[in-house]
Design a binder for this molecule. Structure first.
Ligand SMILES: Cc1ncc(COP(=O)(O)O)c(C=O)c1O
Length: 363
């Protein structure tokens, strides 16, 4: 069996968790603080605020930008639900914009026509580990006085023009879920260079209290804190992030080289000057079902991220989206297939996956 995802947990993770268990201090404490420092330094930003999921990170980031009732947030429909659900949690309106068919990320050319006086934030997703096209989006945001929240849940350690995912917009939100490029089981992180946002994020995760003065509730907040147990795992993982990233990139390169002559398949496009960290290695093909059938027979894991764009789900029906609103996202959703690319995938695994695909297109 070659799984589509596999967390790599070593002795260091176990040792650090034991340290926390033995300390008797399990909740947010010194391990979270150290993790925040290391994460901020990884992203080259001033502040990183740990929370307990990527969903919480997005919720907190949008809240810090002042998103509230009736505000509009521009984002992509080709993503996981948790990009858009925090918009709804704040009583705001998700305004979808179609994607670029090569990068799978929001198409900057289609954003400006969707801006209204209610627009507050543009939220691109750095999908599958490839950072969004930050330059044109920053120009648009500056022109219309909007904030940029990056959904960086899949792009830890990625960069564009040498700028890290996490530092490309005003605030970025990361996930440390079990399948992510680094993990602590469940967890999240918010990054920013803005001290006011950092302060707001810290209150939001802690019932609206400041860390200095408890039982003094400034604003509506939640229990979005990360525990030191989780931070211990993430601390061990962040120490291996370069190794994990390099292995994913190496595996992706091998796939692209070996699959390049199969005309029924389009391998992932990597934008020049981008460090794509391959949270997913996602091919496009009109023969997805045939490949899946062969994978199932051989015990090869796969993923369809995402089988249907968000605007077509009943959750969004009150916004009156309909089929063909976002033709690129709708087409791509029928073509994408993600192959196992995580650091636990060996060269032999890649050969097996490639030969299985070659076999499909022989007859
Ligand atoms: C693009 C995207 N946004 C948001 C999330 C939500 O993160 P979490 O599952 O940690 O809440 C995820 C991960 O699951 C994701 O991939």
């Amino acid at each position: 069996m070659i799984p589509i995802a596999k967390p790599l947990i070593g002795e260091n993770e176990k040792q650090l968790v034991n340290e926390v268990l033995n300390s008797g201090m399990l909740a947010q404490g010194s391990k979270v603080k150290l993790l925040e420092e290391k994460f901020a330094s990884l992203c080259n930003v001033k502040y990183a605020v740990a929370v307990n999921s990527g969903t919480a990170a997005i919720h907190a980031a949008l809240n810090a930008c002042g998103v509230g009732l009736g505000d509009e947030v521009i984002t992509t429909p080709f993503t996981f639900i948790a990009t858009a659900s925090p918009i709804l949690m704040l009583g705001a309106i998700p305004v979808f914009v179609d994607i670029d068919e090569n990068t799978f990320n929001i198409d900057p050319k289609k954003i400006e026509e969707k801006i209204t006086e209610k627009t507050k934030v543009i939220m691109p997703v750095s999908l599958f580990g490839q950072p969004y096209d930050y330059k044109p989006i920053k120009e648009i945001a500056d022109k219309h006085n909007l904030k940029i929240v990056e959904d960086a849940c899949q792009s830890v350690n990625a960069s564009f023009d040498g700028i890290k995912s996490g530092a490309l917009g005003d605030i970025s939100a990361f996930s440390l879920y079990a399948t992510k490029n680094m993990t602590c089981g469940e967890g999240g992180m918010v990054t920013t260079n803005n001290a006011d946002y950092a302060d707001n994020l810290k209150k939001f995760r802690h019932h609206g209290q400041s860390e200095e003065a408890r039982y003094n509730y400034h604003s509506l907040g939640y229990n979005y804190r990360m525990s030191d147990l989780h931070a211990a795992i993430a601390l061990a993982q962040i120490g291996r992030i370069e190794e994990f990233t390099e292995k994913r990139i190496e595996n992706a390169k091998m796939f692209t080289e070996k699959l390049k002559n199969i005309k029924e398949i389009t391998t992932p496009y990597v934008v020049p000057n981008v460090k794509h960290v391959f949270h997913q290695y996602t091919i496009k093909t009109d023969h997805r079902d045939k490949i899946i059938e062969a994978f199932k027979k051989k015990g090869i894991g796969f993923g369809i991220f995402y089988p249907k764009p968000l605007h077509l789900f009943p959750l969004f029906s009150k916004f009156r989206y309909k089929e063909r609103d976002f033709p690129v996202a709708e087409k791509i959703a029928n073509q994408v297939l993600s192959l196992p690319v995580h650091p636990g995938v060996s060269k032999e695994n890649i050969d097996e996956i490639v030969s299985t695909i070659e076999e499909v297109f022989k007859c």
